[in-house]
Each structure stands twice: as C-alpha cells, then as structure tokens.
Design a binder for this molecule. Structure first.
Ligand SMILES: *Cc1c(COP(=O)(O)O)cnc(C)c1O
Length: 347
C-alpha cells in the first residue's frame, strides 16, 4: 500500500511538477529540478532514520536480490562471510553469496520451521569474517529480530526490505543496511543502501563499476540513470512519514496494529500463528486455519469483503497479512471483524 495522500499528490503533480510545465518523469536526472527532488529525499530519509554523516545513502536498482550478490562481491572476495538463516529470504542471500565467497551459516532455524530469530548466545560464530549478514524481518515467515546483534568483531549487514521505516533503528550499529523499496517505502524499481563510508574503501577495483558500491556512492547514485520516478515517490513517502510524526509514531501505530491482529489470532482455536512470541513480525503476520481445506474459501470471501492480498506466499501456503506503514488501523479492524465472522460461519 501507499498512503492515499501520497498517491493524490503524485496525481496532482503528474502533468506539471511545481510549475515547470513538465512531469518529473520528463526532466533530466542531472538537471536542477530532479536534483532538488533527489537531495530532499535523501535529507528526509537521513532525518527519519537519524543517519550519521559517515554513512552514504545510495538509491540503486536491481532490488534486494541484486544486493544478495553485490554484498559478497564488494566486501568478501576471498574471505569468509557469516550468515544467519531464518527464512526464505536469508536462505536466498546465502545461496547467492555461496557463489562468490566462503559462507559460514552460524545459526539456522530451518529445523524448527523458521519460527524464530535464534538468540545470539546460540550462534556458532567464526573469527576473521568479512561481515555478518541477517535478514531483520523475514517477510514470508513473519519472523522479526527483536534485538540487534551486539559485540560482533565484524561489520553487521542487514536486509531490511520489509521492516525499514516501520520503527526507529540504530543505523550507527550497522556496516550496511539495504532494502528494496516496494514493501514499505514506495513503488518497485528502487533499492536503498545505507553504508558506512569506511567500508566502501574495501570494494575491489576489479568488479564492474555499476556493481561497485564505492563507485555508485562516488557518483551520488548517478553512475547511470537512476529510477527517477520511484526516487521521487519515495521522497513523497518520506515527507508523509515526517508529517505523521516520524518513526517513533509509526512504531506506536505499527505495534497497536500488530497486537490487535495477533490477539485475534491467539484468542481463537480456529486461527494460528506459528512464530515464537518474541520473534513475531510487526509487518508480516502469517496465519493458518486449523482446517487448511478452508484456506481457499477464506481468501475468496475476504476478497469479496474488500480484503485483498491475504493469500500466503506460495512457498508456505496459509494466509499472510502484510500490514506496512500505509495500512491504516481501520484496515486491521476490518480484517479482525472478517476473521471473526468467517469463524462463526464455519462452525
Ligand atoms: C521482497 C524481499 C526481497 C527481494 O526483493 P526484490 O526487490 O524483489 O529483489 C529480499 N529480501 C526481503 C526481506 C524481501 O522481503
């Protein structure tokens, strides 16, 4: 979802951006008009996340999936990299890294069906690694880390695609943070990378420039034409977040929304969320029906009631409610009422 006020503003500015007589899609990415949009978006993001000056912010393409490969390529060639496996997305990042460096999986919750963020004291860490990578929120399994790893002897890297901007986070404790924009920021096509500048000195000159994060940073993310319209829309979302009261306020709302839905699931024998209490996601809430033969009917009737996108990911089945920032509390109320009614009607 995108906030409706963002969509109406984009509509209103579509044909004539701020009196320029042109759409923002029609101007040069190197011209004054677009540069003002780009700079404002970066500054607003820096304000929202409190990003320190010794970090660069990159507006890239290729999705989080490209970063799965760029990270080992830029930081781990010929070295060992540590990974935590907590679900489908971290598993994919591990497979991608395995082609480019030596991978050490130091914790893996697949044995318990990806139902938790493994406690740090259970990790089998190794010394002298290039970095430790984890997925802060597993979008498909609905598993979110309730803690930031502490006391590591290597940079921390995290895939924040489905949790960035849902709450404040200590950027200064990370070496690199990345996120595809399409979950909790704006439209697809844009990938955000927040990286500590000293790490960029490690990027090997041997890799192609467009894949080299230090080259992308040195060109202010304009080594080639960036996804300008996605960048512009992300900027509108950042402005909207500031108007709402910033990330502390988003966290309050997101916690209320998630608690309401988890309470409805836990309060019934008809629905179940398989994730351990301390690792439950604020953004993606999977649930299964006690009788899975009703899944398709649930999704069909929900769709009829105006509740769309509830089918679980094809790899895990069941249902999943993705309740990103732009989902209003009324949307949760509508879902909870529908769930209660469906349960009554199925009795
Ligand atoms: C969606 C998602 C991805 C993949 O993002 P793309 O932009 O499609 O490459 C990676 N990681 C997580 C956590 C995701 O939710």
């Amino acid at each position: 979802m995108l906030p409706e006020t963002v969509l109406t503003r984009a509509r209103d500015e579509m044909l004539d951006w701020h009196g320029s007589g042109m759409s923002i899609m029609e101007v040069s990415h190197r011209g004054k008009l677009f540069l003002s949009v780009a700079e404002k978006a970066e500054q607003d993001l820096r304000d929202l996340l409190n990003i320190p000056d010794d970090y660069d912010v990159l507006f890239m393409q290729g999705g989080a999936t490209l970063l799965f490969s760029l990270i080992p390529m830029n930081f781990a060639a010929g070295k060992v990299a540590q990974y935590i496996q907590t679900g489908s997305w971290s598993k994919k990042s591990i497979a991608a890294a395995g082609k480019l460096c030596s991978v050490e999986v130091v914790a893996d919750s697949s044995g318990t069906g990806y139902d938790r963020a493994p406690a740090q004291d259970s990790w089998d860490t190794v010394p002298d690694s290039a970095y430790l990578h984890y997925c802060m929120n597993e979008t498909i399994h609905g598993v979110e880390f309730p803690f930031v790893p502490q006391g590591m002897d290597c940079p921390l890297i995290t895939d924040c695609s489905s949790t960035i901007l849902s709450r404040p986070m200590p950027v200064n404790e990370f070496g690199l943070i990345y996120a595809g924009a399409q979950k909790n920021i704006g439209p697809a096509g844009l990938t955000l990378v927040i990286v500590r500048k000293d790490l960029l000195e490690l990027c090997p000159d041997s890799i192609p420039d467009v894949l080299n994060l230090s080259k992308v940073a040195a060109s202010d993310s304009m080594l080639n034409t960036p996804p300008t319209y996605s960048w512009y829309l992300a900027g509108l979302v950042f402005e909207w977040l500031k108007e709402q009261g910033g990330l502390e306020e988003m966290e309050r709302r997101n916690r209320r929304k998630a608690q309401r839905l988890y309470a409805a699931i836990d309060g019934s024998d008809f629905y179940k969320n398989p994730v351990q209490l301390d690792s439950r996601s604020l953004m993606n809430i999977p649930f299964i029906l006690a009788d899975s033969s009703l899944d398709a009917e649930f999704v069909r009737q929900a769709e009829e009631a105006g509740l769309s996108g509830l089918k679980g990911h094809r790899s895990v089945g069941g249902m999943r409610a993705s309740i990103y920032n732009a989902m209003p509390e009324a949307g949760i109320e509508a879902l909870v009422s529908f769930m209660a009614e469906f349960e009554r009607n199925s009795a």
